[in-house]
Write a protein that binds this ligand. Structure first.
Ligand SMILES: C[S@@+](CC[C@H](N)C(=O)[O-])C[C@H]1O[C@@H](n2cnc3c(N)ncnc32)[C@H](O)[C@@H]1O
Length: 394
């Protein structure tokens, strides 16, 4: 690749990660299992896509009849707007089409729509997709794409990682159903966590750990570990912490998490941090227990519990209530105090030992509440504060 292309690629926002077919299929299957008619009669919009080689478009076009879709719309973002102009090659599909326009090819986004059988084979599938250039570059924030959003019932995509927050706000503003891929870190964004807390959005069931492979453009500059090239020369990158964010219901969030009582945990827990202790650690200045593992949540404790963020992979809103988090906005949750600070019985005192804590940014707890686990010094990871729902705690 010529050097100028390489530097052009480096300038790109590095948002070109293409989702694998089986990742999409697994998640959609979970929604369909819960409600076989979840997509019936619906218009689905797949924005921020590259319909010519997107697995989202392929998956929904292939399943158009089976799902009983009303309409499928998929849009792409112009190569030039992606900072990707230097090495963008139109596909043969585009070049061989009479609609091909050299100028528009890099400057305009594209729209693909699917509504009915056009080929006469009595099936609605990929072959029936129609396309044309958008008037603009396909930016999801444009009026043109906003109109498509407003026309649709469900929005499904892997949006640009660098714009996740804005993308989520764009969906919420239109009050649409959705399923989108993002990074787990987004859970702690100040505009995302409250939606989780209020059960307006939740995590999808199909990814709860490990990393996932995404295809990247052949000439994509990769300076991270975990990439490979397959036998067809396609380049893939493994990304950690991926989750589906959604407001489509699924069965997992209605399954209660199996739990042991507090005393059984203290006797039999598989975690050495719990087993053999006489009690769970408590925060020095807040009435809650520290539960460092989701599977160590005691079934019979009625008070507030601080649990890891990964709890949300198992969260059942009928079983638990979320009260807040110390981890808003990705800001460091751990605050180091000077070596002269310590907390005793809720009061900050002078000491030579020092301690650490974290700040809760949630009205429920009062701003500026500090959480220190145990004493002496013990740093706490990001925590979500939860309580058993009264009905289930009894
Ligand atoms: C993470 S990729 C995912 C692509 C595809 N949805 C998939 O999963 O296979 C995000 C895509 O959004 C595009 N994009 C970046 N900024 C955008 C914007 N403002 N509006 C629309 N699309 C954008 C990127 O160029 C990229 O192609």
């Amino acid at each position: 690749m010529p050097n100028e292309n390489l530097s052009e690629a480096k300038k790109a926002k590095k948002d070109e990660f293409y989702t694998q077919y089986n990742v999409i299929e697994k998640e959609m299957n979970a929604y369909l299992e819960y409600d076989p008619d979840v997509f019936r009669g619906k218009t689905i919009l797949l924005p921020c896509d590259d319909p010519e080689w997107s697995n989202f478009t392929k998956y929904f076009a292939q399943n158009f009849d089976r799902f009983g879709l009303k309409k499928l719309i998929s849009t792409s973002y112009a190569a030039e707007s992606k900072n990707y102009k230097g090495f963008y090659q139109p596909t043969l599909f585009e070049k061989n089409d009479p609609k091909y326009d050299q100028n528009k090819s890099t400057r305009n986004g594209k729209i693909f729509t699917l509504t009915c059988d056009r080929t006469g084979d009595l099936k609605v599938n990929v072959d029936d997709l129609e396309w044309h250039y958008l008037q603009g570059d396909g930016d999801f924030r444009s009026e043109e794409v906003k109109r498509l959003r407003d026309e649709s019932d469900i929005i499904i995509t892997n949006p640009p990682f660098s714009m996740f927050r804005e993308f989520m706000a764009w969906i919420m503003e239109a009050d649409k159903q959705f399923s989108i891929i993002g990074n787990m870190n987004a859970l702690t964004y100040k505009d995302v966590f409250p939606l989780i807390k209020e059960n307006k959005i939740w995590l999808g069931p199909s990814i709860t750990s490990g990393d996932r492979e995404f295809q990247v453009p052949d000439d994509y500059p990769i300076n991270a570990a975990g990439w490979r090239i397959d036998d067809q020369g396609r380049k893939f990158l493994r990304i950690k912490g991926i989750r589906w964010f959604t407001n489509l219901d699924h069965g997992r969030r209605h399954q209660p998490l199996p739990l042991m009582t507090m005393s059984d945990n203290l006797k039999f827990s598989k975690h050495k941090e719990i087993k053999g202790k006489t009690s769970y650690d408590r925060y020095d200045n807040y009435d809650a227990i520290e539960v460092p593992f989701t599977d160590a949540i005691p079934s019979d404790y009625d008070g507030v519990m601080g649990v890891p963020i990964s709890f949300l992979d198992k969260y059942n809103p009928e079983q638990f209530e979320i009260l807040g988090s110390d981890a808003f906005d990705g800001s460091p949750p751990i605050k180091s105090y000077s070596s002269k600070d310590k907390v005793v019985d809720g009061k900050r005192m002078k000491s030579k030992t020092g301690t650490m804590g974290c700040v809760i940014r949630e009205a429920t707890f009062g701003s500026g509440t500090y959480f220190d686990v145990g004493y002496p010094v013990k740093a706490v990871y990001k925590r979500i504060f939860i309580r058993h729902r009264r009905e289930t705690a009894k």
